[in-house]
Design a protein around this ligand. Structure first.
Ligand code: PLP
Length: 374
């Protein structure tokens, strides 16, 4: 038996041959025809005007905050239930995150809480420099309401769609739902370039500036001329070729994860005290990871009991993200609400959900979970 992983890469012959073709073309640098084509294909796939291919999703978040005007001493409202990269990027700008709780009915950022907080801040003259919202576990947040609240106070909105490529919100694609969207192609995401990311926006000048900053901010001159600080954040042409092959399989990868989600529901829904992350009626999530909560009183075992039993069976499962406002590194930063995210962290478990997960392996995961409950 080999270990069953949470979300391993799903790559094959198409990726291999695109990679070798790019290698043989001689474009080995972080520039080339596959980078250009991958950007066009990402823009088309997400219904945005432009995409900039980058070295990571984290690089995309960093530049998104910079291009939103976030700088030293600013505050940025940020989903508390997310991966640390979302909040780290705020700190890279010398700004401070203020965390916002999830809504119980979708696990996504609580749009009412955000609207109230923005109204309070407007009265005090303390509006944040930006709002950054995560599409948690591949489900979109409620962007109509979040977008309206941000627009009312003219606060830039960033969508961290790292887990959500292929998801929709009211028919629109994840990544296209805010002023700037960010994707990740890390090894565990919906599609992968082994490591990589992208920034999406409709604003032509903004995306051109992202490409400029991501290539060391080189001014046009025959020598190396720099009038501002840049970054080495572009995606390699070789990895862009892998990304192009992955993108061709995007719909299949999302269907596979959604089917896995449905099978977990069918296999575990009858257990007392087990509740899956609810699917909002406003869109279609990628089901990047299938997550559930365990009410220990009702099931008779805790989330940790189940996780440890899975680990003993060589199955990787993980607690839901530890909220950022509970992380030692962000201990001094503010939080709006927080109790919902704390509850989800205490009771929530993510199950193996990769698009390569076989039915037999999934049946085994379900059997081990059911075994804990008996
Ligand atoms: C993976 C992830 C990131 C970071 O992406 P990288 O490409 O690994 O830098 C950011 N935000 C969220 C929510 C993620 O899941």
């Amino acid at each position: 038996m080999t270990r069953i992983l949470l979300s391993p890469p799903d790559v094959g012959d198409a990726e291999r041959s695109m990679l070798i073709r790019a290698f043989d073309s001689g474009w080995i640098a972080p520039v080339g025809p596959d980078v250009d084509a991958f950007e066009r294909e990402l823009a088309t796939s997400t219904g945005t005007a432009h995409a900039a291919a980058l070295a990571s999703g984290t690089a995309g978040l960093h530049l998104a905050l910079q291009l939103s005007g976030v700088g030293a001493g600013d505050e940025v409202l940020c989903s508390t239930l997310t991966f640390a990269a979302t909040a780290n990027a705020v700190v890279y700008r010398g700004a401070r995150p203020v965390f916002v709780d999830s809504a119980r009915d979708t696990w996504q950022l609580d749009a009412d809480l955000l609207a109230e907080d923005l109204a309070d801040r407007a009265r005090l003259g303390r509006l944040p420099a930006a709002v950054i919202v995560v599409d948690l576990y591949g489900q979109c947040a409620d962007y109509d309401r979040i977008g309206r609240a941000c627009a009312e106070y003219d606060v830039p909105l960033i969508e961290d769609a790292a887990e959500a490529l292929g998801a929709t919100y009211r028919g629109r694609a994840a990544g296209s739902l805010a002023d700037i969207g960010v994707l990740s192609f890390n090894g565990n995401k919906i599609i992968t370039t082994s490591g990589g990311g992208a920034l999406l926006a409709d604003d032509t000048g903004l995306v051109e500036r992202v490409r400029f900053l991501a290539t060391q901010a080189r001014d046009p001159a025959p020598h190396y001329e720099h009038s501002e600080v840049g970054y080495n954040y572009r995606l390699s042409n070789l990895l862009a070729a892998v990304g192009r092959a992955q993108l061709l399989g995007l719909a299949d990868k999302v269907s596979a994860r959604r089917l896995i989600n449905r099978r977990y529901r069918e296999g575990l829904d009858d257990l007392p005290g087990v509740e899956f992350m609810p699917e909002a009626d406003y869109g279609i999530p990628t089901c990047w990871l299938t997550c559930l909560t365990i009410d220990a009183d009702a099931l008779g075992v805790t989330r940790e009991d189940v996780r440890v039993a899975l680990a003993a069976a060589d199955i990787e499962a993980r607690p839901v993200w530890k909220p950022m406002h509970l992380q030692p590194v962000f201990a001094g930063d503010g939080v709006v609400g927080g109790a919902v995210a704390e509850r989800l962290f205490a009771d929530g478990l993510c199950l193996p959900s990769g698009s390569t997960l076989s039915k037999a392996d999934q049946d085994w995961v379900i059997e081990v979970v059911r075994g804990c409950a008996r």
